[in-house]
Design a protein around this ligand. Sequence first.
Ligand code: GLP
Length: 257
Amino acid sequence: MKIIFVKDYEQMSAEAGELIAAQMKIKPNCVLGLATGSTPEGTYEYLANLYGSNKIDFSKVTSFNLDDYYGLAPEHEQSYRYFMNKHLFSKVNIPIENTHVPSGIAEDIDAACAEYDRAMEASGGVDLQLLGIGINGHIGFNEPDDKFTANTHLVRLDESTIKANARFFDDPKDVPKQAVSMGIKNILQARKILLLASGQNKAEAIYQTVLGPITPSLPASALQLHSDVVLIVDEAAGQKLWDAKKQGKVHEYVRTF
Ligand code: GLP
């Protein structure tokens, strides 16, 4: 894992934006795996600005999002399709038919999940997967469990996730209890993975992701099995890892600012 320690959210977003822009320049018809949450918002703003100044072109890009809430229609303000349209797709020239977000309202969810996996495979696979992380170490909506789930599937959300995401809803009772998410195998099949973390409440999860055991009780630890992961952490999220680095416990390639 290549670890880049940055000062703050703004630097994290700029670094991530530049990395995604580089991927798009190397392969204009690349397939991007995209994430939601407050963590990648700044990255999307950075990319929209690069597009606005004619530095990148999304016209041949395809995207697959990690997840969406079960039961929320795409028009719902808290659905992840709505989030993506608002923060990225409406601001750049990606053809909307090239964008994919798992459906939370399909009549047959299992069939829709299998179809999502097939579409990802048919696209040639994800070149670069962007990830945030939950405070409990979840990636996508793969919650702590006693096994890793491979493919796109219906998930029951953890109480801690429901609580953490309640801040986006008018009434905490409105937070869906289930979601549809890519599985760990889907995520690990991406050619490159970019994991972002900002804020003190992510410090423990990030430490365990990099230096803890590989275990489904901390789903992000599965990233240790992938050979091309870049982690960008700000000072607060990287604090515990930074302390470990000072004690010589971090051996991966590390760049600091
Ligand atoms: C959500 C998403 C994840 C995201 C995580 C962290 O539950 N499913 O993909 O990484 O929460 O969110 P945030 O970036 O807002 O802290």
